[in-house]
Design a protein around this ligand. Structure first.
Ligand code: IMP
Length: 202
C-alpha cells in the first residue's frame, strides 16, 4: 500500500485526514513517525504557497510522497483577516475567537469562509495544489464543543448548527478540508500512473 506523509503535528487535522482518507488504498503516516524533523517557516504569501512549503519540506526530509495543508478563516468585513495568520491571531483558540468577535463588534456583515489548500509533493517537487472553501457567517457568541479553532463561531450556509455543534462526520461532509481532499483524491486516482511511479521510486 502506498504511504503518504501527512505533514502536520496538528492532531485534530490528522484525525480529520485519517477519517477523510479511510476508504483509500493509502497508508497515512504523520511527522510523529519521523524524528528530528523541524517544521519550515511558513513565509508564503497565500495558502497555496504555505501548503507547498510544508509539503515539499516533508517529502524531502521523509523521502516519501507527502501532503500538507494550509487553512484558515477569512472574514469579509475584516478584509479577509485572519486568513493565513489564523493560527497566529492570538495565543489560543479562546483568545482567537474573542479577537474576531471584538473586531467585528456589531458589524452587520458577518460573511466568512474557511479555506483549505492541500499541496502534494514528491521527488523534490510540488506536484499539485487543491483548494476547498466553505461559506458561512460568524455568529455573536461561541456555540458547541466539537472540532477546533474557530469552529464554535462559524455557522455554515444552510445549517443551523455551528461547525462545533456538528458531529465530526457531519463536518467532514461539508468542510473546506473535505472539499480539498475530494479534489486531491480525484487527482490521485486520475493521475495514479504518475503517482504509482513516484511511490514506486521510494
Ligand atoms: P495552519 O495549521 O497554519 O493551517 O493553521 C490553520 C488555523 O486556521 C488553525 O489553527 C485554526 O485556527 C484555523 N482553522 C483551520 N481549519 C479550521 C477548521 O476546520 N475549524 C476551525 N478552525 C480552523
Amino acid at each position: 500500500m502506498a504511504q503518504l506523509v501527512a505533514a502536520t503535528y496538528n492532531m485534530h487535522k490528522l484525525e480529520e485526514y485519517k477519517e477523510l482518507l479511510a476508504d483509500q488504498n493509502i497508508e497515512i503516516v504523520s511527522l510523529n513517525d519521523y524524528s528530528g524533523y523541524e517544521e519550515p517557516e511558513e513565509n508564503g504569501k497565500n495558502f497555496a504557497e504555505n501548503a507547498s512549503i510544508k509539503a515539499l519540506e516533508a517529502a524531502n526530509y521523509c523521502d516519501t510522497p507527502s501532503f500538507a495543508d494550509d487553512s484558515g478563516l477569512e472574514v469579509e468585513a475584516l478584509d479577509n483577516a485572519p486568513g493565513i495568520y489564523s493560527a497566529r491571531y492570538a495565543e489560543n483558540d479562546e483568545a482567537r475567537i474573542a479577537r474576531i468577535l471584538k473586531e467585528l463588534g456589531d458589524n452587520p456583515n458577518r460573511r466568512a469562509r474557511f479555506v483549505c489548500v492541500i499541496a502534494i509533493a514528491a521527488n523534490g517537487e510540488v506536484i499539485e495544489t487543491f483548494r476547498g472553501e466553505v461559506n458561512g457567517v460568524i455568529i455573536d457568541a461561541p456555540r458547541g464543543d466539537n472540532g477546533f479553532g474557530y469552529d464554535p463561531i462559524f455557522l455554515p450556509d444552510g445549517y443551523d448548527k455551528t461547525f462545533a455543534e456538528l458531529s465530526a462526520e457531519e463536518k467532514n461532509k461539508i468542510s473546506h478540508r473535505a472539499k480539498a481532499v475530494a479534489k486531491a483524491i480525484g487527482f490521485v486516482e486520475e493521475e495514479m500512473g504518475i503517482l504509482d511511479d513516484e511511490f514506486d521510486d521510494f
